[in-house]
Design a protein around this ligand. Structure first.
Ligand SMILES: [Fe+2]
Length: 201
């Protein structure tokens, strides 16, 4: 048997290989380093769950906005200065109720409405989550800390390349009457994905 350890030791690290690819593209005038820096900035500073939290808070305090949001997600989030890539052709907003819990996933890979709800967490991309949440959603949610009563219907939505989802969680009763800006602070990423409810106090 060849000694695989030696082969692995000789291979460049992922970082070194990325640097080499970037340098090769830069040398051909494709500005890869600039593009990567811009992408990194967007991923950490612009594509954040706070965007979705702003959408949710507005929907809670403004019933007319809520109607527009459910009718046409992309047009409604644009009112808040938020946009989605061209290939995200639809933003479907899923309203939780006391009787219905919506959960999103991407059974194929890792698609989300990332400019609105943030980049997907690692567990969302995990094969276990992607395969099990559609078959045994109640059990998976329980394992993730959300133990739903039997009478609550769970609807699982499988994201596609052009159709993206966002869950509109129920507003906790204790926050009724709060100003919009304060409501933004209680909306979590997991509630936008649908694997968590916003707890009552
Ligand atoms: Fe995907």
């Amino acid at each position: 048997m060849p000694n695989d350890d030696r082969v692995i030791q000789r291979a460049a690290s992922v970082e070194q290989r990325v640097d080499a690819v970037q340098a090769a593209l830069d040398a051909r005038g494709m500005n890869a380093t600039e593009a990567v820096d811009e992408l990194a900035h967007k991923a950490t500073d612009e594509w954040v769950p706070r965007n979705g939290a702003r959408v949710v808070a507005k929907a809670w305090v403004d019933p007319e906005f809520r109607k527009r949001l459910v009718a046409n997600g992309i047009a409604a989030v644009a009112e808040l200065g938020l946009s989605m890539p061209k290939h995200h052709r639809h933003l479907i907003v899923l309203e939780d109720t006391p009787k219905v819990k919506n959960v999103i996933c991407c059974t194929l890979c890792s698609c989300t409405a990332f400019t609105i709800i943030g980049l997907p967490p690692d567990w969302y991309k995990d094969f276990q989550y992607r395969s099990r949440v559609v078959r045994e959603s109640r059990t998976v949610l329980r394992e993730m800390g959300l133990d739903l009563p039997q009478e609550v219907e769970i609807r699982v939505w499988d994201t596609t390349a052009d159709t993206r989802y966002m869950v509109l969680p129920e507003q906790p009763k204790y926050t009724r009457g709060w100003p919009e800006e304060k409501l933004v602070g209680i909306v979590t990423r997991d509630s936008l994905i649908g694997v968590a409810r916003l707890e009552e106090r």
